[in-house]
Design a protein around this ligand. Structure first.
Ligand code: SAH
Length: 213
């Protein structure tokens, strides 16, 4: 598959749809206009890649809906050179958005099949997260902490304590919390012990799974 002017045109339309749905961050919208989402998906979905929908990516996982990616990215308020931890690399589409926002990205995926596939894909595309790790995001990545931002792209039955503790003071954690559907939740770390919590709309994600071994 290639990226063509036709794809670019479809991306511009998608960005307009996201504006209509309330996305305002110019850098996030520019990332949506730039990133060839169809290349992150199986070629059989190429014709649908610029619909505002989630699609299967294998291993029972999905590439998040563009609106969801944009909404989470906007809540994270990413600034250039910030350290961002992403839990749930999946197809790597959200990772690419974070990279276009010029942050340093550390991303973790627990499905080996997806991890391997996305690793090869990033190399081919020239996307360079600081680290792409195969492991359990429930524990975060303490050796690189603290982070300016942490984004969880799977539905968390509860907020993993490790993630809270790995945030900088002033840092932001964006996490969908719940089992069947999830409330998008933002935590801003105010001090060592205090977090401000804000809740947004309801979303539906594949579950954040904990490794029991
Ligand atoms: N941002 C991705 C979303 C993929 S779906 C995209 O848009 O493509 C959520 C991903 O989280 C899945 O790939 C799933 O395997 C992964 N995941 C679930 N639990 C996890 C955990 N504990 N640690 C790391 N990744 C996890």
């Amino acid at each position: 598959m290639r990226d063509t002017l036709k794809h670019r045109g479809m991306r511009n339309k998608l960005a307009e749809i996201l504006v209509d749905k309330g996305i305002t961050d110019k850098n996030v919208l520019e990332a949506i206009r730039t990133i060839p989402r169809h290349l992150f998906m199986d070629s059989s979905f190429e014709g649908h890649a610029y619909q505002d929908k989630a699609f299967p990516i294998g291993a029972e996982q999905t590439i998040s809906q563009p609106y969801t990616v944009a909404f989470q990215s906007e809540l994270l308020e990413v600034k250039p050179n910030q350290k961002i931890l992403e839990i749930g690399t999946g197809s790597g589409y959200q990772t690419a958005v974070l990279l276009l926002l010029r942050s340093k990205v550390y991303t973790i995926e627990r499905q080996l099949e997806l991890f391997k596939k996305t690793k090869i894909f990033f190399r081919k595309m020239g996307y360079r997260p600081k680290k792409l790790i195969f492991g359990d995001g429930y524990k975060g990545l303490p050796e690189e902490a603290p982070y300016d931002g942490i984004i969880v792209t799977a539905g968390a039955p509860e907020v993993p304590k490790a993630l809270m503790s790995q945030l900088k003071i002033g840092g932001r954690l964006v996490i969908p919390v719940g089992t069947n559907d999830q409330i998008m939740t933002l935590f801003i770390r105010k001090s060592e012990k205090e977090f401000e919590k804000k809740e947004y709309g309801s979303f539906r994600f594949v579950p954040l799974l904990e490794n029991k071994n």
